[in-house]
Ligand binder design. Structure first.
Ligand SMILES: Nc1ncnc2c1ncn2[C@@H]1O[C@H](COP(=O)(O)OP(=O)(O)OP(=O)(O)O)[C@@H](O)[C@H]1O
Ligand SMILES: [Mg+2]
Length: 609
């Protein structure tokens, strides 16, 4: 065969004739930002690679949403979970020539394109619902970026309690819908290492929740939130706020109350609405008291014996139920006693010094050293009181062993010496539950850990009872609907830590009860801690919403992975590297968790060094 000199043009014509059809050049659709790539051996289900021209890369930042229209007409939604990466078109990224270009100041930049790893969120059905994908987009499918409004509709991250802006999206607000019973009342955990930005998140949450008309109660262990009524003056925060079109602002002063224990300091003694409060021993369940004081079995037995004697005496002396009251009131008080659950709270009007006297009298009876016992409590000092006490103690079949009685006595005495029980002004819960009210309970100077635990238990019981009362009234046709309540517990590991489960189990039970009733009663809890690994798993399991700031401990992350649903690998792997103020935010109303840049605090935080 004779070789002919190849004429390229005629060769091309011959080839076209052989193929038998001409294909019109692609008329590029300007909305298509890229195309799906072929799969390789490393391809995984639900993950796609998308290739894009260099000038389209900026349209698909990390975490942005994409629509993929497959050539088989199926439509999919996906999210950029890695990339965009820049890859040279015709050279290997690590080729020597590119190394030379980068290191020898050579004026040559080869052509390159973008590559994304996209996680499929689902297949979009004709009516817009997102279904689990049954197929995979075909290679070379067109990829579109979603408009901001559409992104907002898909992600459903909006809410009137503004938290911040979603990363990778234009001006996409991340918030919590304050009216939804399915979100906050299913409880929240705010987690992150020291300096991750938890307190800033909490400060914002408090102000925004109050603005949304919720009643907010904040158990402030370190006294960080005692200036929330003042706008921030921190120059950096002011600049960052302005960048988001926000201005410094405190919680309106008339809405904020700052509570602290009587005789104990607060970190802001100049607060305009300062409310010292004393603890009511009567609110404290005997079981909680014993656990928190660390009573052993022998001590607990004696404590409970004394407790029963004290109850009988209170009835006999007409302290509770009261003597000389109307029949209606007497009936009401009896009903209270019928409903009383020792595991939830103590006997009404039982003061610490009253029980201390009873224990003292018991100790005196079993002790060999005979001396006259002098009661302390005013009701027992009277002739009638002393006689009644004598009678009860004589009749009682007391466990022996003066040493154990002595120990119970000294444990109670230690509490008594703190001078915070039954000292007049107790916490009034009704005002705390007014819409918009912010009650900061400063426990920074509580000293003994047991004291803060007792205070927290007291507050939780009080709020729960008050909210129950409001619900009963409402259901009985009296009064409006009870307020939506948010209770925030800072340093939650200190109260609910797994290592302190013996002392804190009652507090845990109480929190669990509150959590369970919360949904019906519109009581929501937010637990804040830098040591989530110290929280028992049940505590995290109560929470349905999460704000995850920087977390570095791999063990903690792997534990959380079993609890928090819907956070994909790429977000988990980002947790250790998050900057202060960044968080993975996952709330019940959201389609999926979003990486969020939390707003700086508009109100003043007293930073703890
Ligand atoms: N949303 C934010 N925007 C800008 N900066 C922030 C943000 N959140 C935190 N920061 C910065 O990080 C610092 C620490 O934040 P913050 O006190 O809220 O952390 P934390 O997690 O409460 O720490 P700790 O565990 O010590 O209480 C702040 O002083 C601030 O500089
Ligand atoms: Mg903090």
């Amino acid at each position: 065969m004779k070789l002919r000199e190849a004429d390229p043009q005629s060769q091309f014509r011959d080839e076209l004739a052989r193929v038998g059809k001409t294909i019109a050049p692609l008329r590029p659709d300007p909305r298509v930002i890229g195309r799906t790539a072929f799969d390789g051996p490393g391809s995984e289900d639900m993950t796609l690679t998308v290739l894009l021209a260099r000038d389209r890369v900026k349209e698909a930042p990390s975490q942005s949403l994409l629509r993929i229209v497959s050539s088989d007409e199926r439509r999919y939604l996906g999210i950029v979970d890695a990339g965009p990466f820049a890859e040279p078109d015709s050279l290997r990224a690590e080729s020597p020539i590119l190394t030379t270009v980068a290191t020898q100041e050579v004026d040559y930049l080869p052509r390159y394109h973008g590559r994304l790893s996209v996680k499929l969120l689902g297949e979009e059905l004709a009516d817009g619902t997102l279904a689990p994908p049954r197929f995979r987009p075909l290679p070379n499918s067109a990829v579109y970026a979603l408009e901001p409004e559409e992104t907002a509709k898909v992600l459903k991250v909006d809410g009137d309690i503004r938290l911040g802006l979603a990363t990778g999206h234009e001006e996409l607000l991340v918030g919590i819908p304050s009216m939804s019973k399915n979100v906050l009342p299913r409880h929240t955990a705010i987690l992150g290492t020291t300096g991750g930005g938890k307190s800033t998140t909490v400060a914002g949450l408090v102000r925004q929740a109050s603005k949304a008309g919720m009643a907010v109660i904040l158990l402030d262990v370190e006294g960080e939130y005692t200036f929330l009524h003042e706008p921030t003056r921190d120059a950096r925060s002011v600049t960052l706020l302005a960048d988001r079109g926000m201005a410094p602002a405190g919680v309106p002063t008339e809405l904020m109350r700052l509570y602290h224990l009587v005789g104990r300091d607060t970190t802001n003694a100049a607060h305009p609405n300062l409310c010292p409060f004393s603890l009511q021993f009567a609110r404290l369940s005997p079981y909680a008291a014993m656990a928190m004081m660390g009573c052993n079995e022998a001590q607990s037995d004696r404590y409970l014996v004394a407790y029963e004697i004290a109850k009988a005496l209170l009835r006999k002396l007409g302290v509770f139920p009261q003597k000389d009251v109307s029949q209606e009131e007497a009936d009401r008080q009896e009903r209270i006693l019928l409903r009383l659950d020792d595991f939830e709270r103590g006997y009404p009007r039982m003061e610490l010094s009253f029980l201390l006297d009873v224990v003292g009298a018991c100790k005196a009876k079993v002790s060999s050293a005979k001396g006259k016992f002098e009661p302390f409590h005013k009701a027992l000092k009277t002739q009638e009181g002393t006689a009644a006490l004598d009678l009860e103690i004589k009749a009682a079949d007391l466990p022996t062993h003066a040493g154990s009685w002595g120990k119970v006595h000294s444990l109670l005495w230690r509490l008594f010496r703190l001078k915070v029980f039954d000292k007049g002004a107790t916490l009034r819960y009704a005002p705390m539950l007014e819409p918009g009210r912010v009650s900061v309970i400063d426990l920074s100077d509580a000293g003994l850990n047991v004291l803060s635990s007792i205070a927290v238990a007291d507050v939780l019981t009080g709020i729960q009872e008050e909210q129950d009362r409001k619900y009963r009234q409402f259901e009985g046709g009296k009064g409006g609907p009870p307020p939506r309540v948010l209770v925030i517990v800072e340093e939650a590991h200190e109260f609910l830590g797994a290592d302190r489960i013996a002392e804190s189990s009652h507090l845990f039970d109480q929190v669990a009860r509150l959590a369970k009733r919360g949904r019906k009663r519109w009581l929501s809890l937010a637990l804040v801690t830098q040591l989530p690994q110290h929280l028992p798993r049940q505590v995290l399991a109560m929470c349905n919403n999460f704000v995850l700031h920087k977390l570095t401990d791999p063990h903690t992350i792997s534990t959380l992975r079993q609890t928090v649903a819907g956070v994909d690998d790429s977000l988990w792997s980002r947790l250790p590297g998050l900057a202060p103020g960044q968080a993975v935010v996952s709330f019940g109303h959201m389609t999926r968790p979003v990486l969020t840049s939390i707003d700086p605090s508009a109100s003043k935080l007293r930073m703890v060094d």
